[in-house]
Unconditional design. Structure first.
Length: 304
């Protein structure tokens, strides 16, 4: 997600937006309620014909489970414990409730009408789920940003490689991925200058691995924005490369710096984005630091 889009998502609503929201939300709830009531009536009547002792339990159980499983999937994503199969349960239940409504109709027109009504309720649930998913993605930085279509048009091969690295190394911010890509190209140029055209065979394996991981910065340059360097005066366990480029800040150094920066913060403020801005690290590392700091706070607050 680009910075401009993230700022737009998190920006407060204007007077016109609030007025439109005040109209859309009740109307959406009313339309979804009509679909839920229509589905309940048709499926419960059909369930009575099918021999159910308590026919109301069939539509209530299926239609209410759709938003419940959708909300459960989003909450699991929010707390960092996603389960891929949970997201498919609401879709399967949607097919089931549509099929039951179609089976409840007598004529072809009735089948189409009965099958379309529960989609109103399902559509409302999906819209609400999408709004919440975008909100938690903007807050936690867990959603993968989209690459501009124009970049795919003008440089499809290099853009595919950039997208692949974003997916492999969980670089969710597009601008951060571009900064890392520029840094990687500069390091490649320095390796080629140092070792010649066969630099991939002559360069040390450690440097090649660090280059692939994006852990090297060019000689004589500060780290790119969003990529933290080692603390001044602190020896790094990694040896510098042949041209003097250096690795990023170690995990222990980052954790120590995060502890110092967040010592006075309340527990609710311990989130990935504030930590990233406070110590200048990547989004992936800021999420790991957030989890580590929260775990330390939980241990201190736990009763003996």
């Amino acid at each position: 997600m680009t910075a401009a889009r993230s700022e737009a998502i998190g920006s407060p609503l204007g007077a016109g937006d609030r007025a439109l929201l005040a109209l859309v939300v009740p109307a959406g709830v009313a339309v979804g309620g009509l679909g839920l009531v229509a589905s309940f009536d048709s499926v419960s009547s059909a369930a009575l014909r099918w021999g159910f002792t308590d026919p109301w339990m069939l539509p209530v159980g299926i239609d209410s489970a759709i938003p419940v499983f959708t909300a459960a999937s989003l909450l699991l994503i929010r707390v960092g414990m996603p389960l891929a199969w949970v997201r498919f349960v609401p879709w399967a239940l949607t097919l089931v409730t549509c099929w039951l409504n179609v089976a409840a109709g007598e004529s072809a027109s009735a089948k189409v009408a009965h099958g379309a009504m529960p989609l109103l309720w399902v559509g409302l649930s999906e819209v609400a789920a999408h709004v919440y998913a975008v909100r938690i993605g903007a807050a936690s930085g867990a959603r993968m940003a989209r690459i501009r279509r124009t970049r795919w048009l003008f440089a499809p091969l290099t853009t595919l490689a950039l997208w692949r690295r974003m997916v492999l190394w969980e670089t969710t911010d597009y601008r951060e991925a571009l900064a890392l890509e520029k840094q990687r190209l500069l390091v490649r140029a320095e390796l080629r200058e140092a070792y010649g055209r066969g630099w991939r065979r002559r360069a040390p394996c450690r440097d090649l691995v660090l280059l692939r991981l994006g852990e090297l910065t060019p000689e004589g340059r500060a780290p790119a924005e969003g990529v933290a360097a080692g603390e001044p005066g602190e020896p790094s366990p990694a040896q510098p490369g042949p041209r003097g480029y250096r690795p990023r800040m170690t995990w222990d150094a980052a954790l120590r710096k995060a502890r110092e920066a967040t010592a006075e913060w309340p527990y609710e403020r311990l989130d990935a984005e504030p930590i990233r801005k406070a110590i200048g690290c990547s989004q992936q590392r800021s999420r790991r630091l957030r989890d580590a700091l929260r775990a330390e706070r939980d241990e201190r607050r736990a009763p003996l």
